[in-house]
Design a protein around this ligand. Structure first.
Ligand code: GLC
Length: 513
């Protein structure tokens, strides 16, 4: 393994720039705000920050509709601010990972403006245009990923054709079969790599290629949206084999820069298909999508982790996250009492760990009365809770602060050893210093229902109690272990193999007896 593969044991902190910290009082977070709050990320112990999109955008999908790939939206600052962020983060040993949205642009991107201007425009073929199907209507039965958007096609009056959009009509899909598109996007990759980013989070990496003949999806999967999971029937608008060619091109560029990496968002719940996207000559890693969809059930998590582990290419690593800007928060899904166990699991499994801002203090979803997002994701995007008064902005926040921010905030938790934030810091610091967690193997153990336990390396045992009752378990050859970490602060020394309610425990096992 090359020494510079720093990302293999990284803890990545996801910043949603709009909601993290507002430096100029307009109620919208910005890049200066992130610079001002780097202390927090450094104290947490993260290795890198993944920044959700901050590029110029009409904000139809809050930045995932990019109208210029090589700039910063004035709402968020300037390219100079970005450079300062990279430099200031770098001084603290933090790397910056940016979000690469290459499946689609905004309909306000200059490429699309040209493309839609005339059928004979040289950029016409940069996007996917098609005639109505005979008798009228969209060219095929493909649907947008967003329930509210219906068909994945919008008719353009001026040129009399439909264009494809896998998300909103404001996000036309690029035609990745066109070599000019590939060249233009290659330039974008280099633009950010040259600016010093440590890598990319690749938005919907599995969607880049579509059936060249635009055939209907088979009826069995016509309504499958975000998550492809049909074992046999393939969709024609995502997960096409040719997609891997593009990702290999990206990989070659990254390799040319040495120690950069790509983290794929590949919303495919079929383990074998997901595994094809990372490791080898693909992206270095990808989110384990099913992980954040599990019910609070020890055996479900075990099956989920082991399922993908058993399919991955040798030496590959998945990325674990509990929540993202798309996924409801841990506390809202599982309850506050379980947030510690969930965090310990995510940070001790074998893979990259990704912490969505606010998860480290146990923020909950708080959907506003009036929806801003087309797909119901406002709840998990509320402003970061810095202190009793909010601390996010001096103005009116673009999304209301979550109720309860006066109690759940960084200020209150920082010096409280029993807080969730302190637990995150303890586990991350331990992970940094533990060869077993950083590079050791993973093997799950047979345990009673309600307990998920696994070995990292030879003898580091992680045991997680998913129940609100004490739970005993066994490990062949052992009756006890030395406490290395616990979600509780009153556990030290050598203890029997027994968990307190809702406890996560890391034990060093002695020699087998
Ligand atoms: C990804 C992003 C999501 C966005 C979509 C379209 O799933 O995480 O926020 O809406 O892609 O770009």
């Amino acid at each position: 393994m090359a020494a510079d593969e720093w990302w293999r044991d990284a803890v990545v902190y996801q910043v949603y720039p709009r909601s993290f910290a507002d430096s100029d009082g307009d109620g919208i977070g910005d890049l200066r705000g992130v610079v001002d709050r780097l202390d927090h990320v450094e104290r947490l112990g993260a290795d890198a920050i993944w920044l959700s999109p901050f590029y110029p955008s009409p904000q139809v999908d809050f930045g995932y509709d990019i109208s210029d790939y090589e700039s910063v939206d004035p709402e968020y600052g300037t390219l100079d601010d970005f450079d300062d962020l990279v430099a200031e983060a770098g001084r603290r040993g933090l790397r910056i990972v940016v979000d690469l949205v290459m499946n689609h642009t905004s309909d306000e991107h200059a490429w699309f403006v040209e493309s839609r201007s005339d059928r004979s425009n040289p950029k016409r073929d940069w996007y996917i245009w098609a005639d109505p199907r005979p008798g009228g209507g969209p060219p095929n039965n493909w649907l947008s990923s967003f329930e509210k958007c219906g068909a994945a096609w919008t008719f353009d009056d001026r040129t009399g054709q439909y264009y494809l959009h896998s998300f909103t009509a404001g996000q036309p899909d690029l035609n990745w079969r066109n070599p000019d598109v590939r060249a233009a996007m290659g330039k974008v990759w280099r633009f950010w790599l040259d600016r010093g980013v440590a890598g990319f989070r690749i938005d919907v990496a599995h969607r880049l290629m579509k059936d060249p003949d635009l055939r209907d999806n088979p009826p069995e999967v016509a309504h499958a949206r975000r998550h492809f999971s049909h074992p046999v029937v393939r969709q024609r608008n995502l997960d096409l084999p040719e997609t891997h060619d593009v990702l290999r091109e990206l990989r070659e560029v990254l390799d040319g820069y040495g120690d950069r990496f790509a983290l794929g968002e590949v919303p495919i719940s079929d383990d074998a298909r997901l595994a094809e996207y990372f490791g080898g000559d693909g992206m270095q890693t990808a989110f384990h999508i099913a992980f954040w969809e599990q019910p609070w059930d020890a055996s479900a998590f075990r099956a989920c982790v082991d399922g993908l582990a058993g399919r991955m290419r040798p030496g590959s690593l998945p990325t674990y996250a509990l929540a993202t800007h798309d996924i409801s928060r841990t506390v809202s899904r599982y309850g506050a009492a379980r947030a510690g166990v969930a965090a310990m699991m995510m940070l001790t499994l074998r893979g990259v760990a990704c912490v969505y801002y606010g998860e480290e203090i146990g923020m909950s979803d708080a959907p506003p009365d009036e929806a801003r997002d087309v797909d119901g994701r406002d709840g998990q995007r509320t402003p970061m809770q810095w202190d009793d008064t909010g601390g996010f902005t001096t103005g009116e926040p673009w999304l209301p602060m979550a109720p309860g921010h006066g109690e759940v905030n960084v200020g209150r938790q920082l010096d409280d050893p029993d807080s969730l934030l302190s637990l995150y810091r303890r586990v991350i610091a331990y992970r940094r210093g533990s060869e077993d967690l950083r590079r050791g193997g993973y093997r799950s153990l047979d345990t009673p229902p309600g307990v998920f336990a696994y070995l990292r390396g030879e003898n580091l045992l992680v045991a997680l109690n998913f129940t609100g009752r004490p739970a005993s378990f066994t490990v062949p050859g052992h009756t006890e272990g030395r406490v290395e970490l616990s979600t509780r602060t009153d556990r030290t020394g050598v203890v029997p193999l027994r968990l307190e309610p809702d406890e996560g425990l890391v034990l060093r096992l002695g020699p087998v007896r």
